[in-house]
Design a protein around this ligand. Structure first.
Ligand code: 13P
Length: 274
């Protein structure tokens, strides 16, 4: 069935906020972003999960984590698995470029993490994106295509949960985050990000049911603010944003989600995308 893709705004707080600060900030963001047409997810540091869960009780803002391990349990000192956070968080960012860079995460590990998420009913926010030299040398599309292909290969065959009308999309969400746009104040052009979103759906369609690939939500990430979000939401191929720095500011989140709500309502009145 053709469907309207949801509009999703995800806050990635990265390594910021103490548990007390996290609970306080989450409560204020929830109060300032009361837009049921927009799926809102907050991903605090692991130690802030309980405080944020308590602060979000009674709101429809959802909870996510910034990473999970590629195994569910074992001798991995200091690590946290999907099984440990299942029941607490409904979403997990996997394959963020900062982890690819600092923890040397490979596409294979990222696909395995997605599998662990699948086993535990967690929805991955799977990050892909090219580096500056890759874009400048004309290899951006090739890089992103191969990130998607390799992670899907490591994910292996899974049962793709059937789409229903729950307005939050299917199991998987992809975030296109060009590395050169993260934390730099430089954003991709909306049209370039939209082309990449279509390439991601097309590539995913080789590894998952085509109808579901067409309905795959693709977010843009990289220096998104209330001032820059509009360009991305104006693109029908893009379904929201993964927000870093600006997600730590209540006013910025209020502005981003308000703009996303306008897009979500326009989308609903325009009807299905595929
Ligand atoms: P910024 O919004 O700070 O550029 O970070 C983007 C990001 O990495 C979100 O995951």
């Amino acid at each position: 069935m053709p469907r309207v893709r949801p509009v999703i705004v995800v806050a990635n707080w990265k390594m910021n906020t103490t548990p007390r600060e996290a609970g306080d900030l989450a409560g204020r963001i929830a109060a300032a972003t009361n837009e049921p047409d927009v799926v809102r997810v907050i991903c605090p540091p692991f130690v802030g999960l309980h405080a944020v869960r308590d602060a979000l009780a009674g709101t429809d803002v959802q909870l996510g984590v910034q990473n999970v391990h590629w195994e569910q349990a074992g001798a991995y000192t200091g690590e946290i698995s999907a099984a440990m956070v299942a029941g607490l968080a409904g979403w997990a960012i996997v394959g963020h470029s900062e982890r690819r860079r600092d923890q040397h995460e490979t596409d294979e590990r990222i696909g395995q993490k997605m599998r662990r998420c699948h086993e535990t009913g967690i929805r991955p926010i799977f990050c892909v994106g090219e580096k500056l030299d890759e874009r400048e040398s004309g290899r951006a599309e090739q890089v992103v295509r191969s990130q998607v292909e390799a992670a899907f290969e490591a994910l292996g065959p899974v049962e793709w949960p059937a789409h229903d009308d729950d307005a939050t999309g299917g199991w998987l969400v992809v975030a296109y985050e060009p590395v050169w746009a993260i934390g730099t104040g430089r954003t991709a052009r909306g049209s370039d990000a939209a082309e990449m979103a279509e390439l991601i759906r097309e590539t995913a369609g080789n590894a998952m049911p085509r109808e579901q690939a067409a309905a795959l939500p693709v977010l843009y990430g990289g220096s998104v603010t209330s001032a820059t979000i509009g360009e991305f939401l104006a693109e029908p191929a893009l379904d929201g944003a993964l927000v870093g720095g600006a997600s730590l500011k209540v006013d910025e989140m209020a502005g981003i989600v308000a703009r996303a709500a306008v897009g979500a309502r326009a989308r609903k009145s325009a009807g299905p995308v595929s």
